[in-house]
Unconditional design. Structure first.
Length: 330
C-alpha cells in the first residue's frame, strides 16, 4: 500500500510542534521531509509568526537539518504584504502595530508607514510584536475610529515558549476590539489567504496540510478545501481530537510527520462500530468502548481513530472510558 504523501503534490507544514519542539527538531522529522521531497512532493513551511523575518526562520530550519530557502518558507507577514496591494491603493498610508519585520515588508510592498493616527492612515495592520507599547495600541484604535481599515496578520491567542504559553497577537487584537468592537480582516491560519498564497506559490493542485493544532492548522486546511494530517507531537492530543468541531476535524492522524510515509489510516464504520487496523470501537449504552483492550502502542492510533470517528458521528457519546483505556497502553 502506498504512503499517505504519495497522493499529494505538495505538503504544507506548520513549524512548532510539527517540525521542531522548542529548540530541538522532532525526532526523525528532517529525514522524513527529505524523503517526502525525493518522492516529488513539494515541501513548504507555513507559519503564522509575523514577527520573525523569513530568513531567520530559514536559518533556524537549516540549523536543525531541514532543507529551507526563500521559496519554501511562508510567514503571515509575507502574506499580508502580498494581499494588501489588492486591498489598498499604491502609496497608501499604513500604521503598523507590529514588528519591524512587518513594517519593512509593507514598505517594500509600496506603502507609506506612519506612526500616528494624526497622519490619517488608510489602514492599520496588527501583527505580533513582543515590544509593542500601549501607546501604539492607542494610535491604532484612534486610527480605526477615524476610518482606517483594520487588518491583522493572524489572530493566535497564545504563543508557546520554553516557559509555557504567553499571549499572542490575538491578545493585542482583543485590546482594540474591546474598545471598538468588531474584528480585523485576518490573513493567517485559519483564514484562507495564507493557504491560498501557499497554493499559489507552489502551483499545487492537490496539497495536504500537516499541523498540530485543530483551531488554526486543521480548521485552516478545511476552510481552504484541502486535506489535513493532525500530528500528535505538539499542542493538541487525543482528548482534543475526539471533541473536535466539524470545522476542525482532520482527514488523517499520525503520531508525527512520519505518518506521511506510512499507509493512510482509514476507519470503517458500520452499525455503531468503527474498525481501524484491526482495532474495533463500539457504541454501547451511550459510551464508546473497545471490543478488546488496544494491543500495544503500535495499535494505539488505530484504536484512537476508530473511537474518534464514532465520537464525531454522535457527540453525545461518552468517550471517557475509551480514552482511559488508551491512557493505560504501555
Amino acid at each position: 500500500m502506498s504512503a499517505l504523501v504519495d497522493g499529494y503534490d505538495a505538503a504544507f507544514f506548520d513549524l512548532d510542534g510539527v517540525i521542531y519542539l522548542g529548540p530541538e527538531p522532532v525526532p526523525g522529522a528532517s529525514g522524513v521531509l527529505a524523503d517526502v521531497g525525493r518522492r516529488g512532493t513539494r515541501v513548504m513551511y507555513v507559519t503564522n509568526n509575523a514577527a520573525r523575518p523569513a530568513q531567520v526562520v530559514i536559518d533556524q530550519l537549516r540549523g536543525l537539518g531541514f532543507a529551507a530557502d526563500p521559496g519554501n518558507v511562508l510567514t503571515s507577514a509575507q502574506v499580508a504584504a502580498a494581499m494588501l496591494p489588492k486591498e489598498l491603493p499604491a502609496g497608501a498610508k499604513v500604521l503598523v502595530c507590529g514588528s519591524a519585520n512587518l513594517a519593512g515588508l509593507l514598505e517594500q510592498a509600496g506603502f507609506r508607514i506612519v506612526a500616528s493616527a494624526d497622519d490619517r492612515p488608510d489602514a492599520v495592520v496588527q501583527g505580533y510584536d513582543p515590544d509593542l507599547s500601549w501607546r501604539r495600541l492607542d494610535e491604532a484604535t484612534l486610527a480605526i475610529q477615524n476610518g482606517a481599515r483594520w487588518y491583522a496578520t493572524n489572530d493566535d491567542a497564545s504563543r508557546p515558549t520554553d516557559r509555557g504559553l504567553v499571549p499572542g497577537v490575538g491578545g493585542q487584537i482583543a485590546v482594540v476590539a474591546t474598545a471598538l468592537g468588531g474584528e480585523p480582516v485576518t490573513f493567517g491560519k485559519p483564514f484562507r489567504p495564507m493557504l491560498d498564497e501557499a497554493v499559489r506559490r507552489t502551483g499545487a493542485a492537490h496539497p495536504i496540510f500537516v499541523g498540530d493544532r485543530l483551531d488554526t492548522d486543521i480548521e485552516g486546511a478545511n476552510a481552504a478545501g484541502m486535506d489535513s494530517l493532525l500530528v500528535l507531537s505538539g499542542a493538541h492530543g487525543k482528548h482534543d481530537l475526539v471533541r473536535a468541531s466539524a470545522e476542525a476535524q482532520p482527514t488523517y492522524i499520525g503520531r508525527d510527520v512520519s505518518a506521511l510515509l506510512e499507509p493512510p489510516r482509514v476507519a470503517r464504520l458500520r452499525d455503531g462500530r468503527a474498525e481501524c487496523g484491526g482495532e474495533v470501537a463500539a457504541a454501547r449504552a451511550g459510551r464508546i468502548e473497545f471490543a478488546e483492550p488496544p494491543a500495544g502502542s503500535s495499535r494505539q492510533l488505530d484504536a484512537l481513530w476508530a473511537a474518534t470517528r464514532l465520537a464525531w458521528l454522535d457527540p453525545s457519546l461518552d468517550t471517557g472510558p475509551a480514552l482511559a483505556q488508551l491512557d493505560q497502553v504501555p
